[in-house]
Design a protein around this ligand. Sequence first.
Ligand SMILES: Cc1cc2nc3c(=O)[nH]c(=O)nc-3n(C[C@H](O)[C@H](O)[C@H](O)COP(=O)(O)OP(=O)(O)OC[C@H]3O[C@@H](n4cnc5c(N)ncnc54)[C@H](O)[C@@H]3O)c2cc1C
Ligand SMILES: Cc1cc2nc3c(=O)[nH]c(=O)nc-3n(C[C@H](O)[C@H](O)[C@H](O)COP(=O)(O)O)c2cc1C
Length: 767
Amino acid sequence: MRIACLGGGPAGLYFAISMKLRDPSHDVDLYERNRPDDTFGWGVVFSDQTVDNLMANDPVSGAVVRDEFAHWDDIEVHIHGQAVRSSGHGFIGIGRKRLLNILQERARELGVKLHFEHEASADLSDWSAYDLVIAADGANSRIRTRYEPHFSVDIQVRKNKFFWFGTHKMFEAFTFAFEELPEGWVWAHAYRFDDNLSTFIVEMEPETWQRLGLDRMEQAQAIAWCEKTFAKYLDGNALMSNAAHLAGPAAWLNFRRIICDRWSYQNLVLLGDAAHTAHFSIGSGTKLALEDAIKLAEVLNRPGLTREAALVEYQEERTVEVLKLQNSARNSTEWFETLDRYLHFEPIQFAYSLLTRSQRVSHENLRLRDKSWLESVERWFQSRARGRKVNDPAPPMFAPFQLRQMPLENRVVVSPMAMYSAEEGTPNDFHLVHYGTRAQGGAGLVYTEMTCVSAEGRITPGCAGMYAPEHVGIWKRIVDFVHANSKAKICLQLGHSGPKGSTKVGWEGYDVPLDEGNWPLMAASDVPWSPENQVPRPMTRADMDEVIGQFVRAVRMALDAGFDMVELHAAHGYLLSSFITPLTNRRTDEYGGSLDNRLRYPLEVFRAMRAIWPAEKPMSVRISANDWMGELGIRPDDAVEIARAFTEVGADLIDVSAGQTWADCTPVYGRMFQTPFADQVRNEARVSTMAVGNIYETDHVNSILAAGRADLVALARPHLVDPMWTLRAAASHDYRGAHVPPPYLAGQSQLTRNLKRAAEQEAALRA
Ligand SMILES: Cc1cc2nc3c(=O)[nH]c(=O)nc-3n(C[C@H](O)[C@H](O)[C@H](O)COP(=O)(O)OP(=O)(O)OC[C@H]3O[C@@H](n4cnc5c(N)ncnc54)[C@H](O)[C@@H]3O)c2cc1C
Ligand SMILES: Cc1cc2nc3c(=O)[nH]c(=O)nc-3n(C[C@H](O)[C@H](O)[C@H](O)COP(=O)(O)O)c2cc1C
């Protein structure tokens, strides 16, 4: 095959090498606009895994690269005058120039024809002599731009400014240094990559950059400014730029995140940064470029695959890996872009948050890396939660929490789940067993399902209610059982179905209207949930007053039944949510329009409930923090305002859910997918939050809590299959402090031993 590689970065060079290795008869020309020794940037970092991949592909260049790598284990985070150091992170670094020289030499040795100082044409017709044209010309690929519509390119210019320097200061650890200036925060990412050089990237928000006047400074002046600002980390060493060709502030870059839907067009194939980029803070761009190169060479030489099929295979096999890394990179980018949220953390928690920012590193991961540091985090967390010095480390999920006068044993919550098993709103023995078992299972707090404040406010005929006198006694029986047989507290979730009412029970069809016996609906506006659902009546003032009265009545009944806490359900498209989201609130009176107006009625309801709910007892509100409809609906920034508004009228906890407010919304699912909203609300509004949504491992729960992303963690579906979720977690962590129903204690030690053994076997398998 005759191949032209456009660009002599890691992707182009390594692809050329990988092709020649698989079949020396390939004729490969590589065109690079620079000279062999010209390069931007300084060092790059890899993981051990990447080196293994290089060794497997080409032991010759792999061994040279491996032997020249600088290894280090520690990460040191400097903030608020303190340094927090943890170990076991296992990085390796190499100079970009050295890496390219090694690859150039190897390519030459294998017979690749290298053409330096050759500006490659972006017109495919100039490459007609070649069977395959590889666009390995980096993030600003000209040839990709020329054929952009065929690749469906999505480029996001991220907001922070950064400058990539080199320095002779030898950093012993991967160093993050955060400095507060009157103009804002600035920080550096620094790591050693060979015997006398380190990378030093200075980053800041664009507003800070402007306030500092860096947008108007010549490069020399900007470098002098960076040297002075970070002088205490540089020990007199200079910062060196190799962006001298860029005038004035142009050396300050914005990261460009690139995603392409298609990676090939005719015989043109995108490779490395030309196809996708990953933010420098997770150091994976070069790894992706090299692994792309290996995969592309492998499929092109796979027997029986046509070139077309090979190109499809290349993209299919690489997309998942690339997307995973791009997701982690996005989390990491966003962490640095929203740094303000975390600056009030104590240094140890700030460092934990930094280490877990991409969500690739979890609590247990950190334990494997540096057990003693992780235990210091656990001791810190427990000491803070208990208000006294704690010497024994314990997982954060087992730290107590206090809401007003209500103490919680731990941070695990059974999320509200409608059971659709009541008759005329009256719970029964199913509910007693269901809630009783979950309380015995060890969660600190058990929420009831959405319990409706009137018969018309039910979602389905099977919904539980708190509106008829007989409801009180039955709920009281459940509450009393929970109090008598567990340490759990129990919270009654109160709601009104609004436009999503009068539907079948969950397992007969979700949000589907009843075949017969439908009752009239009301909502903020006459917007039906779907074309199949009824058109609700826009609420009049009289309707509003009546519904407030129903919520107040339900709160009084909750008090009589002995509940510890009540929650107002203002999420998921039900009545109050229909006011909050602009998608369903079309009102033109003072209850529609601005967010303040749309919140007016839900806040009236909350205020009325709070007025009669005892001051020593807490209240929460469940919100949908994202309608998943972009600009048209509620976005996480709005959720911060919503949380502030409810907090002002007495909410103690914001239960941060998302979506279910618009039938055609497009949520982005994934592990812990709603937790970023709980994090944003907590750390921007500075309120207590509960995270929920696809959280199912103890590791998730501990990571969320220790990183300060939420104060409580709710699990719904995991508690359906395992009511004893918390006790099982306690056993697998060998945590002895969880309350176990005394009758179960007889078998506890045996169970603990078995579970511990199972957990160890699982960990060994994973390792
Ligand atoms: C600040 C910063 C820090 C980074 N840190 C790391 C890190 O620690 N670890 C890591 O793995 N990655 C890191 N990266 C990313 C890494 O640099 C890239 O992901 C990687 O270089 C991609 O390799 P590539 O070959 O696809 O593209 P590039 O390395 O960009 O190579 C493209 C080559 O094509 C040449 N070229 C472009 N146009 C033409 C043309 N028309 N004709 C001829 N030649 C052309 C260019 O001169 C260049 O040599 C970092 C990036 C930045 C910006
Ligand atoms: C069967 C079922 C019923 C639910 N009913 C309610 C409810 O009554 N009120 C509510 O706010 N959320 C309800 N939810 C949503 C859950 O509380 C939770 O937010 C969601 O399931 C995501 O958490 P998970 O991934 O842990 O299941 C329900 C979820 C399930 C699975």
